[in-house]
Design a protein around this ligand. Structure first.
Ligand SMILES: Nc1nc2c(ncn2[C@@H]2O[C@H](COP(=O)(O)OP(=O)(O)OP(=O)(O)O)[C@@H](O)[C@H]2O)c(=O)[nH]1
Length: 398
């Protein structure tokens, strides 16, 4: 579809209801809610078991229609990508036509449009799993789908699943590279919402537990599963809802996990990529200070309010790969929506979003602690606490 043929569906999608569909080939009944398709990004360093996982999902019998996009570089034309679809247990294959061989690079131009075009032809999928190449940084592709959702796409980013090879991941994590501040293996772990420690048959129980602790030091938010031959329950990769901005419950549960972890295992493992959590109990005076603190951290790559260092070298640069937060909103005297209202912060690389969300049944609404979780490099908890206290003007940051 040429750009000038793309219909203006944005206002309709914002409300989730199509009043008057403007695209003749999309038949959406009046008042039928638009069903958006979750995209899970499956990443993992070379040989971690991504293909084994995706083949397993493709051949399992289940009721959903799952499309799997494999990022293979084979003999076939580089401008086509194989897309395998498991529809209620039957497997068929399609081709995605891309201008650029690698889906990770071409998503920005036409990857999303190619998937949407295919769905017009083949009917909608229930889920899309998208494999990135073993050496890829999943950040840009995740940002792309996240951004695209905001622009009214049919697709939305559901979450990122990272597989690691139990036997080799430790050496990949330690690898120093000249051209990048954080190596890809660490980036893939840091940005993950779910982590699969695969090939568990190659380690003993103690080694596995140690590895899991080391991985948790990098990313204390993600759910972790140990597997053999990538055999995971399907719901570990589908319906993750990691970027669901209105769901305060998942975040509340995840931040609890961080506290549990740091109490038993708080040391860092020699690569400076880790998770830290800033807590405070006071209600914000204004949102502006919080926003400018986040922006300075993400965009200027420095700790807000600290004097600029002379001869600052790249190695000391602050890098945030993932940001999540659950914060009590500033007091609004006209607001009658009660105790369940929270501000939910989501960020990936230099994109972030703050929106109002609600805590549902599972969340303890008496817990008034606000939490901001940062995953990245050179995040000094003490300095960040100090900076936050001064800049955002809250007392008792811990
Ligand atoms: N021992 C052992 N081997 C496994 C396991 N899972 C997968 N393998 C093997 O590991 C190798 C790599 O698995 P793949 O699924 O191709 O890994 P990948 O992540 O797709 O690899 P790349 O395409 O190179 O990025 C294959 O030979 C698999 O048979 C496991 O749990 N244990």
């Amino acid at each position: 579809m040429a750009d000038d043929e793309i219909p203006d569906l944005v206002p309709a999608l914002e409300t989730g209801i199509v009043d008057e569909p403007k695209l003749s080939s999309v038949s959406v009944a009046k008042d039928e809610p638009i069903r958006k398709i979750p995209v899970t990004i499956v990443t993992g360093f070379l040989g971690s078991g991504k293909t084994t996982l995706l083949n397993y999902i493709l051949t399992e019998k289940h009721e959903k229609k799952i499309a799997v996009i494999l990022n293979e570089f084979g003999e076939s034309s580089d401008i086509e990508k194989s897309l395998s679809i498991n529809q209620e247990g039957t497997l068929y294959e399609e081709w995605l036509e891309l201008r650029n061989g690698c889906l990770c690079c071409s998503v920005k131009d036409n990857g999303v449009a190619a998937i949407e075009n295919l769905m017009e032809k083949r009917g909608k999928f229930d889920y899309i799993l998208l494999e990135t190449s073993g050496l890829a940084d999943p950040g840009p592709i995740a940002s792309m789908f996240w951004l695209d959702d905001g622009l009214g796409s049919d697709l939305y980013l559901d979450g990122i699943v990272t597989l690691v090879d139990a036997k080799h991941i430790r050496e990949y994590m330690k690898e120093k590279k000249e051209d990048t501040l954080i190596n890809e293996a660490l980036k893939q772990i840091a940005i993950a919402d779910r982590i699969v420690i695969n090939k568990k048959d190659l380690l003993n129980d103690t080694e596995l537990q140690q590895l899991q602790n080391d991985i948790r030091d990098v990313n204390a938010l993600a759910d972790i599963l140990q597997t053999e031959r990538s055999r995971i329950p399907l719901d570990f990769v589908l319906d993750i809802q990691a970027y669901d901005i209105h769901n305060a419950d998942t975040l509340a549960r995840q931040t609890k996990k961080i506290e549990e972890h740091s109490s038993v295992h708080a040391h860092s493992v020699g690569h400076d990529v880790q998770t830290i959590c800033i807590h405070f109990d006071q209600q914000l005076n204004t949102l502006e200070h919080l926003e400018s603190w986040i922006q300075t951290l993400l965009w200027e790559k420095e700790i807000p309010g600290e004097p600029e260092q002379e001869n600052k070298d790249d190695q000391s640069q602050v890098v945030v790969l993932r940001l999540k937060g659950i914060v009590l909103p500033p007091k609004d005297n006209n607001d009658t929506s009660g105790d369940r209202k929270r501000l939910i912060i989501q960020g990936v690389q230099d994109l972030y979003d703050i929106q109002e969300g609600f805590a549902h049944e599972q969340t303890d609404i008496n817990d008034k602690t606000s939490k901001i979780v940062l995953i990245g490099k050179n995040l000094d908890k003490k300095r960040l606490d100090q900076s936050f206290k001064k800049w955002v003007q809250v007392e008792n940051v811990y």
